[in-house]
Design a protein around this ligand. Sequence first.
Ligand code: GLP
Length: 639
Amino acid sequence: MSESLPVEATQREQISTTIYRSADQACIRVADAISERIAENTAAGKQTVLGLATGSTPVRLYRELIRRHRDEGLSFADVITFNLDEYYGLAGSHPESYRRFMQEQLFDFIDLKPENTHIPDGAIAREDMFASCRAYEEAIENAGGIDIQILGIGRTGHIGFNEPGSTPDSRTRLVTLDSLTRRDAARDFLGEENVPRHAITMGVGSILHARQVFLLAWGEAKADVIAQSVEGPQTEAIPASFLQRHPNCVFCIDEGAARRLTRARYPWLVGTVDWSPDMIRKAVLWLSRKTKKPLLKLLEEDYSENGMADLLTEKGSAYELNIRMFNTTQHTITGWPGGKPNADDSHRPERATPFPKRSLILSPEPLDDVYCMGGTFHRLVNQGNEVTVAYLTSGNLAVPDSEVRRVIELMLELGEHRQSTEDLKFARLVERQLREKGQFGDDTPEIRHLKGLIRRAESRSSARLLDVDSERLRFLDLPFYENGRYRRFQPGESDTAKLGELLHEIRPHQIFATGLGNDPLSVPALGFEILRAALADSRTRDWVNDCRIWLYRGPGMEWETHEIDMAVPLSPDEFENKIQGIYQHQTQRNQSPSLSKGGSSNTWNLASEINHATANAYDALGLAEYEAIEGFKRWIIQS
Ligand code: GLP
């Protein structure tokens, strides 16, 4: 947590911001504030009015409030709640309506009176909209105004559903959703085409009227928008920036969401820093980017004119630092991600022995493996390592119905042709289920099963291009995913046990994993936590001490150059092969990776942009010029 930071470090921040090591720690702080307010108000014979938000962000806060209600007697009997927003066109019973979300994530587990909960009515007739929005505002006023408002933030900078263009005096109203917001909601609705186009939201002005505001944000996907809201100008382009004018607003965020704040990104610009080796690397690589000079051409003046004079005083001349950083970066590059046998490995990212290695690639969903590290994967296999890929989840929630229809057509035709009654029966059953489910219904177990199988087939044909035998692919279908919905997953011991079993069976020398720094309720982040738990269980096993963990940063993102501990360059041919591997995931062609914003809207183009950009960044530092690079960061298991 950063509460003890010298104030100069936060000099560019226009909103009080606290960075927590984990989302859970931040939620405890906010739950404390809520509990205290309820206790004070109850003692004074008053009710407490809470403004509530939806989305994955507040889920952990709600779990903490439920826990306090259950274990510590925190009562909501004197609480009135107002939710920020609701999708327009959804009845409260729809699985993605915010009314249903609030019931399932909070209301059903606490002693809040149903009549004290308020959520805009998404099923209201268009002609009654204006009156209904006014009545919502009046109800807030009649309740005495909001004591504490909880907010999340969308990647467009929206709060509630106040999309870019919302003014600071806006009030509860019907709005049109931004295309990025709809894309972000696509997985919840099993397809972007199912996401409503409109919503009803409290206005920015309504939010600014709350007496106290906490905005929560987790994961690096929110880092840009957090930095713009906190350090940028107040602008309608980022509605959350209007919170700068609120006298009692705190942003409670985790380290991922803080990545783009000046104090995290360029701390030397806002105060004195401890020049650790990592910090030096970060600063010198930044300096090279900023001055557009390769590392070996940086001058003393470049250092001193860019807030790094003290680095020269403490750690040596520009000449020495340039060479040191050049060598350090050079040593991250290797064409042997599994280690190079019989070679001096003193300056290589991965050790030479044992060889071949047992390499385990953990892919949160099918596609992440090839998308984020397809080239490295191919090299590991071709260089003789024993590579296993484990798909943690089936990915069946991300398959559009149209793909199932296509398979059903095929099954029907084949079934009729071969007179196979069992296959025909199954195909007709799924055909009927698809028809009955309509646009918004839940998938039946049969549909989900079939969707999972479709993704398995895609993974197999992708792996074939990377020269991997089918039997080296393991489909774990972790229960948290099979039994859940996006933003509401609840992993448990059965997930850890399943991954643990695989680890014990393989006893890997290296594991490639992802998810550190993502939104904690996202599939990659949950996968990473499951890995962490499984490793903790197997700590006593000798293989863990001899296992290196390499983090790939995806999907849709890449490490910054100073963070990369292993850079695997790809030749044009290898790169093309990887792209062909990605193409095998036909059902994902219109799905955008959860972390991407702007730039390419196409999953496939984005993968190539990222790998080219890393290669260009290495080139600009004055290192060799490659076609593409995949980057990895080493993660040390903490005891
Ligand atoms: C939705 C909600 C917002 C929420 C945002 C972020 O658009 N209307 O209130 O803050 O999404 O969602 P998440 O917390 O899932 O990232």
